[in-house]
Each structure stands twice: as C-alpha cells, then as structure tokens.
Design a protein around this ligand. Structure first.
Ligand SMILES: Nc1ncnc2c1ncn2[C@@H]1O[C@H](COP(=O)(O)OP(=O)(O)OP(=O)(O)O)[C@@H](O)[C@H]1O
Ligand SMILES: Cc1ncsc1CCO
Ligand SMILES: [Mg+2]
Length: 279
C-alpha cells in the first residue's frame, strides 16, 4: 500500500496520506449508503459529493438486500431514530460492508442507548461521536449523563479520551471523538486532528456530515480505519478553516465549507492538515 509502516508518521506523512486518500475518493467516487437523520441528509449528501464520493440516502429495509452489497461503505446515524428505521440499520450494518456509526444523542433515552449498543455489537468499522455521546456509550448508561444537552456536547473531546479508548477496546471499532481536537483511537494508539473552527458547532449536522465523510474514506482504505478516520476529520476541519475566511456566520460557513472541500488542492492539504500521533 504505502511505506507508512517503515516511515515515521510525522506531520508531513499525515499531510501526504490525507491528500492521497482524498485523491482516491475523488478518483473512485465510492458509493456510500446513508441511513441518516432527517436533519443531516442534505449536508451529509453535499459533503460527500463535494469530496468526490457518491451518496445514496436509501433507508428502506426492502432495498437493503439488493442495494447494500453494491455499496462501498454504509453510514448509520441514529439522530432521528424511530422504531421502523432500526431494522434497516441492523440489516445494512450486517451486510458485510465497512460501516460507520454516528450515535447522535445516545443518552437521550433508553431506547436510543439500547439501539446504539445493539448496533455497536454489529462490528462497526468506526464510531464517531461528540464527547458527551462517547462518554455515555462507554458507560452504557443514560443515567451517567446527568447533565445532558441532546445532540450537542456538554464536554470537551479530551474529557472523553479514556472513554473512547475503552469503547474501542470493548467494541473492536476505531472510535473518534470530535471537538476542538478530534481524537481517533483503536484503544491503543491515539491520533489527534486539530483542524476546524468553533463556528462549525453552530451549523446543525456538521458532525453527521463528517461521519459520512469518514465512511467515504473508510470505503477506500478499509484496512486502516484509524488513518482513514483521522484524515477525513482533518480534511473536513481544514475545509471549515478555509470556509471561515469568507464567512459571516453559520449559514455562509455551511456554504463556504462545502465549496472549500470541493476545491482542496495538494499544496493546501499537505501544508495545512494538522494530525499527530498522541504520546
Ligand atoms: N471547538 C472546535 N474547534 C474546531 N473545530 C470544532 C470544534 N468543535 C467541533 N469542531 C468540528 O466540528 C465538526 C462537528 O463536530 P461536533 O463535535 O460539533 O459534532 P456533533 O456534536 O456530533 O455535531 P452534530 O450532532 O450537530 O452533527 C467536526 O469536524 C469537529 O472537528
Ligand atoms: C438537531 C438534531 N436532532 C436530531 S439529529 C440532529 C442533527 C444534529 O445531530
Ligand atoms: Mg452528532
């Protein structure tokens, strides 16, 4: 594949890796089935298209047997979960494709927590959540999140680092916690990606969109989900940084972020991606 195993993973290595994966996504246009929440559908599909991937918001259980095996990756997001969607999520997650879970507001209810834990038992390649979601999932408890804010995080990503490692070890998934620094871990190694701007939290479903992007990167690099997830998070954050340069607030950032993702070039990615292995 590449010489990463022999080479020191310094910032330049990560920059080249991020550019290489984005280039492969653009060249191969991986098909990503998205069973995602109603709020996120537009921004997730547009982020995937801007990055060069091919989104398909296909969520009927009756379509899973025909459609999911032909996808390069599956993205499951429980943000607007209802009982009738859960069978499709289970079936798509079980179809043998690399798949990524976004456990939106995992602590909102016992129903949602049980659904997330059940899905995590189906071997997701990556779980990406905000700090409050990852803390709740690692504790397997709705009650553990005494202070709870629905889909938004009340914690810093660093607060959930140990929880992320524990969840990665118990589930076998790579776990990513987003925030000012995005942490990505397989339970042993921890990588930090520090691109992004705080205003991204003021656009609904940017987290959902970056999880969709992780699915596209995992589709082209299924054997190294840690690297794929870190590069997707850094690339999305970098698009936010560039987008912010022309934005007045959340609505214009949403537009400029998608434009910036579409326009990223080699020089920008290799010089501005900020990823580092944590000590
Ligand atoms: N303080 C911050 N500084 C820089 N980037 C940030 C900050 N907070 C979040 N981000 C970035 O914003 C994006 C969304 O992350 P966030 O943690 O807000 O997700 P989320 O809470 O799951 O969002 P949602 O549920 O609305 O989709 C990620 O790319 C993350 O890196
Ligand atoms: C606001 C909101 N509510 C359910 S899903 C969602 C999008 C952000 O996760
Ligand atoms: Mg979220």
């Amino acid at each position: 594949m590449d010489d990463g195993a022999k080479e020191e993973r310094n910032p330049a290595w990560w920059g080249r890796r991020a550019w290489s994966l984005l280039s492969v996504v653009r060249a191969r246009a991986p098909l990503v089935q998205c069973i995602t929440n109603l709020v996120s559908m537009d921004i997730a599909a547009n982020a995937l298209l801007a990055a060069g991937a091919s989104p398909a918001m296909v969520h009927s259980l009756r379509e899973v047997p025909d459609f999911t095996p032909r996808c390069d990756a599956v993205y499951v997001n429980v943000g607007t979960l209802s009982e009738d969607w859960l069978p499709s999520m289970r079936a798509a997650a079980s179809a043998g494709r690399p798949w990524v879970l976004d456990p939106v507001a995992a602590a909102a209810s016992g129903f949602r927590m049980e659904a997330c834990l059940e899905l995590i038992a189906l071997w997701p390649t990556v779980v990406r959540g905000n700090a409050s979601e990852i803390l709740a999932l690692a504790a397997r408890s709705v009650a553990a999140s005494s202070s709870f804010k629905g889909a938004d995080s009340l914690h810093e990503s660093v607060d959930a680092l140990e929880a992320a490692k524990a969840l990665a070890l118990s589930s076998g998934a790579v776990v990513a916690v987003s925030g000012a620094v995005d942490f990505i871990t397989n339970g042993e190694q921890v990588v930090g990606a520090s691109n992004g701007v705080p205003m991204m939290q003021k656009i609904t479903a940017t987290g959902c969109a970056v999880t969709a992007l992780i699915a596209a990167f995992v589709a082209v690099e299924p054997s190294d989900a840690l690297v794929a997830a870190a590069c997707a998070l850094a690339i999305f954050g970098l698009a936010g940084e560039i987008g912010m340069e022309s934005s007045k607030g959340p609505a214009s950032l949403r537009m400029h972020l998608i434009d910036a993702l579409y326009c990223l070039d080699e020089e920008t990615v290799t010089s501005r991606v900020k990823i580092a292995l944590q000590p």
